[in-house]
Design a protein around this ligand. Structure first.
Ligand SMILES: [Zn+2]
Length: 422
């Protein structure tokens, strides 16, 4: 039997184990925020890998303010070393977003029904972690002599920026150029799609300041809420049409996200509406904006455009002062077109699914940014089981046949990359 056939057969044989591992991971409610059960989940995964002869390291996010005694940030890495060939690192985040309302099943029950596994975080991305584990395991069971090293990490806080997770591993040099050759992140992007990057993010807060006055004589004050209203109007009428005219060459999905966008995340001005009211003109109003920019736009131009718009509104708005404060910047990433990690996954997808892979980019961001920007490893993509649209939804689920297919693809691509992408 050829290696590939043996690997595929081992994965088919391991289907129940793959499902069981996914369910076990779902039953550990690693909810973020605040970061529940990270230690338990990291050790569960570490113990699982240790029993399968992986070398295990635990990396706590020492020095990060969110790493506390109550909510420790614990990352785990398992390594299986073969020859001196490339190191392939499969990274999954262990945290999940809160369950929220609208569930018809227990979000942390790990229910299996009609060929699907249900639960919060099953597609985003505990099924992906299980797929990574059994991709590596299948190579061992098939008796393949590994030409390189496979690493599997379970990391924290992806849903809140990944600073104590992948960014921390990259800052410590644990994921780094020269040490890590290829990184695949099994985020839920569908079994035939390879994600080659994401748009940029610019979160900023605008504070409008007017002058307080008596609410019965509003003409004697200056309303900061009115000022903010003018800014929102300009955002809608001047900025948004410009943004929607800018399209990226990167294959961002869904199609609506192939352009630059802006969203108002929140607004707060004047008196708290649930509090006791007094007649006052609002002297302060704040709003937080989420601007997603294109690799073609770049951050500097994006920031300048916002500053110019605010300045032009200020010039037209008597008595209101505006301040802009940066909250978070994520630069866009894009895997090089000729990266072997793309080629290997393309070949594996064609071989397992019998159809060509589709290259896409994410509308949001994920830990790819830290791999590319901090670790300086350009050969990183996301590929994993589950539908992106189900992530963060009630009754989140992942199809078992998708998990199995993704496990096969990851196994073949990992071996291909270790063998020099032949
Ligand atoms: Zn995710």
């Amino acid at each position: 039997m050829h290696d590939v056939d043996k690997i595929i057969a081992e994965i088919d044989r391991a289907q129940d184990e793959i499902v069981a591992l996914t369910c076990d991971l779902v039953r550990i409610p690693t909810v973020n925020p605040p970061g529940e059960e990270y230690d338990a989940c990291a050790h569960f995964l570490g113990d699982f890998l240790k029993r399968r002869a992986f070398e295990i390291e635990y990396v706590e996010a020492e020095g990060r303010p969110e790493h506390t005694a109550r909510y420790p940030r614990v990352n785990v890495i398992g390594s299986r070393r073969g020859g001196s060939g490339p190191v392939v690192h499969l990274n999954g985040h262990i945290d999940v977003v809160p369950a929220g309302d609208g569930w018809t099943v227990d979000p942390f029950g790990g229910l299996v029904r009609d060929g699907k596994i249900y639960g919060r975080g099953v597609c985003d991305m505990k099924a992906g972690i299980a797929a990574a584990v059994f991709a590596a395991e299948a190579l061992e069971r098939a008796g393949v002599r590994l030409p390189g090293t496979v690493e599997i990490s379970g990391t924290v806080d992806e849903e809140s920026g990944g600073f104590a997770g992948v960014a921390h591993l990259a800052e410590r040099g644990r994921i780094a150029q020269g040490r890590t050759d290829f990184v695949i992140i099994p985020e839920p992007l569908d079994v035939d799609r390879i994600c080659i990057g994401h748009r940029g993010v610019y979160w900023f807060e605008v504070t409008a300041r007017g002058r307080i006055g008596h609410g019965s004589m509003p003409f004697l004050g200056v309303s900061a809420i009115d000022g903010m209203g003018r800014l929102l109007q300009s955002v809608r009428e001047e900025l948004m049409p410009l943004l929607s005219s800018r399209r990226t060459d990167v294959p961002v999905v869904p199609p609506g996200a192939r352009q630059a966008t802006i969203n108002v995340n929140g607004i707060d001005g004047g008196q708290p509406v649930d509090g006791i009211q007094t007649p006052c003109v609002a002297d302060v109003c704040r709003a937080v904006f989420d601007r997603r920019f294109l690799i073609e736009e770049g951050f500097d131009a994006t920031k300048r455009e916002v500053a110019d718009l605010v300045a032009s509104v200020a010039a037209r708005t008597n008595g209101v002062r505006f301040d802009v404060r940066d909250l978070m910047v994520v630069h866009p990433t894009r895997t090089p077109d000729d990266s072997p990690v793309i080629g290997s996954l393309e070949r594996a997808i064609q071989s397992v699914l019998g159809r060509p892979a589709q290259l896409i980019a994410s509308p949001g961001t994920y830990d790819h940014k830290h791999v590319a920007r901090i670790a300086n490893v350009p050969h990183c993509v996301a590929y994993g089981p589950g539908a992106l649209e189900l992530a963060h939804q009630p009754d989140e689920y992942c199809r078992i046949d998708d998990i199995v297919s993704a496990t096969k693809v990851l196994a073949l691509a990992t071996l291909d990359l270790m063998s020099g992408g032949r």
